[in-house]
Design a protein around this ligand. Structure first.
Ligand SMILES: Nc1nc2c(c(=O)[nH]1)N[C@H]1C(S)=C(S)[C@@H](COP(=O)(O)O)O[C@H]1N2
Ligand SMILES: [Mo]
Length: 201
């Protein structure tokens, strides 16, 4: 259990502690972007799921907001070694989107991609079962553009590079296909508790 200190005046929620090699960033939230923050209005944001699914679909902002609201409160862990405890995101569970497109049983992996072109690969099992979200609110307010607003992928049980900012879609595949960082030496899965930082870890 971590000591409570300065999380905007509220006591910190109980957290799972720091994964190996991580430090507590406290109230700061570093911005890590490989690209320039895009000028993307909510009205222009879209989210598509295609590949190995029965019914590929593209949601716009309004249609995505008709899905059941869901949120995450807990910790996030960046591979550059900062972690944040007890953050609060709101949006929609990826399960709600995936149920509607009906994934083929052959689908094993996804490539998540951004409106900017950034990509990250994930096992399908890591984005189902209530473990991944499309998030558009942070701490009760619209997600800042620099943190991926209008909407980002959130997969908090893996290193944060998997949580694609300005998310544009998921493609379901029957094989693993490295994304931006995975093609540059980072681990294909990225479990912080097993310190899967680099390929071979
Ligand atoms: N589109 C996009 N998504 C991205 C990144 C990026 O460079 N571009 N960086 C990743 C990395 S390495 C991290 S740690 C988190 C950082 O999110 P933050 O800037 O909101 O802290 O976003 C991830 N998603
Ligand atoms: Mo990161």
């Amino acid at each position: 259990m971590n000591v409570t200190r300065g999380f905007t005046g509220r006591p910190r929620v109980a957290n799972a502690g720091l994964p190996p090699g991580q430090y507590d960033a406290g109230d700061t939230w570093p911005v890590l972007s490989a690209e320039v923050t895009p000028d993307l209005a909510a009205a222009d944001w879209t989210f598509r799921i295609d590949g190995l699914v029965d019914a590929p679909h593209t949601w716009d902002w309004d249609e995505a907001h008709t899905l059941p609201a869901a949120g995450y409160q807990g910790d996030i862990h960046c591979v550059t070694s900062w972690s944040k405890f007890g953050v609060r995101f709101a949006g929609v569970s990826l399960d709600s989107f995936l149920d509607l497109v009906r994934p083929h049983t052959a689908a094993t992996h996804v490539v998540a991609y951004s409106h900017t072109g950034y990509t990250a690969n994930l096992p399908l099992a890591d984005v189902t079962g209530g473990r991944a979200w499309i998030a558009w609110e942070y701490d009760g307010r619209p997600l800042d553009p620099e943190h991926g607003g209008p909407a980002r992928l959130l997969v908090p049980h893996l290193y944060f590079w998997k949580s694609v900012k300005w998310v544009a879609g998921l493609r379901l595949l029957d094989h693993d296909e490295p994304g931006f960082w995975e093609g540059n030496g980072y681990h294909e899965r990225g479990n912080p508790w097993q310190e899967q930082r680099y390929a071979g870890d």
